[in-house]
Design a protein around this ligand. Sequence first.
Ligand SMILES: Cc1cc2nc3c(=O)[nH]c(=O)nc-3n(C[C@H](O)[C@H](O)[C@H](O)COP(=O)(O)OP(=O)(O)OC[C@H]3O[C@@H](n4cnc5c(N)ncnc54)[C@H](O)[C@@H]3O)c2cc1C
Length: 385
Amino acid sequence: MARRTVEIAGAGLAGLSIAVRLAQLGWHVRMHERGKDLRMFGAGIWLWENGLKSLQILGAYEQTVKRAKTIKEWRVADGAGNILMARHCTPDDKLLLPPRADLYQALIDRAVELGVDIETSSVAVGARPEGVLIMEDGRELKADLVIAADGAYSRVRESCYCTSSIDYGSEAGIRMLIDWNPSDPEDICTEYWQGPWRLLFNPCTDSHNYIFLSAPVLDERSRQMPIDRDLWAKMLPHAKDLIDRCTAAEGARWDRIVNVRCHRWSEGKVAVIGDAAHAMPPNLGQAANMAFTNAMSLALTVTESQDVPDALTRWEKKQRPLTDHVQWFSYIYGLLVAKTPASMLPLRSDLVRGMAKTEWFEWALNRGARTVPDGYEPSMAPARS
Ligand SMILES: Cc1cc2nc3c(=O)[nH]c(=O)nc-3n(C[C@H](O)[C@H](O)[C@H](O)COP(=O)(O)OP(=O)(O)OC[C@H]3O[C@@H](n4cnc5c(N)ncnc54)[C@H](O)[C@@H]3O)c2cc1C
């Protein structure tokens, strides 16, 4: 039987993960990336168990995590330095923190090994439900499956009328790598909150740590790169020593935080995945992990069925409740950080401290991370070091 074909718009983390999985399952895969080359910016990325297991399925785990720090705890501290919440990790419930570039390269290498065609400078402008990807250069590429993995502002999703809302929120953030320092914590991520301003410190590799700074989007000075260190130190006095080290400009990146909701994740033979389907505030470090988890499920569901539109509907029905939950939790978390009035900050601290002790919070916080992706077998787990 002829190999089934898929055209994918976007070679980000979501596009590459579905490309690799479909190629493993025997599909002929072509990807289209609008960029001139495949490049990742300088930051780290939180990979939880659901993402790590997905990478084990893809055969990209070892290369991704070879330099990554293993995190033992994620802490949130208020402006007075008090710990509001601590999430512990164990060898069976891990958080690893590789540089994004290592993850991206591992996925690219797997895609190439599996014979995925990757076209760069190739821009998709839309899709038709019968399975056609429409390109800016006029080509109309017919396939058994078309995937919109072209990010939060997806043109392909828009062309299929799948968008329900794009909420630009009120936060924006800068990500960068800073040089490692011997006094830095080796295995604890700490998020410092001060009103709507925050700094998240992450151990990343033996040579670099990853910093995420967020602030109200309308604050012009907070958008400057290299960062305005006087401003950030004034806003986050507890983290002044770290802010003084945030000198990187090259490789750093500023982003608005967006939340994308879809009416549906597919239209006919066109599926929407990753940020195109569910961009969310980064507060749980789950958006890419959920993209991987959903990609594992999508690939198996369409491979096991000849009726692609029906398979896509079933895939969404199965995966969406979990994604909606993770997205909702991340959104509410962001509201708490960005929207609490100054007079209510002590109450916010009490609320988080109280909630963090409840069983419900433990479940809700970790529901995504503790999901086992479709197709995962315990035999895929790496040997313990
Ligand atoms: C501050 C911040 C921190 C984050 N931290 C984490 C974290 O720790 N853990 C986590 O799991 N997630 C995290 N995320 C989210 C994660 O980065 C994203 O969910 C993930 O990168 C989305 O991947 P994607 O492939 O869906 O989209 P994108 O990364 O946007 O990739 C889309 C690709 O499609 C290409 N493209 C766009 N339009 C077209 C077109 N028309 N034709 C062809 N190609 C096109 C783009 O060039 C790009 O390469 C964070 C996000 C932010 C903002």
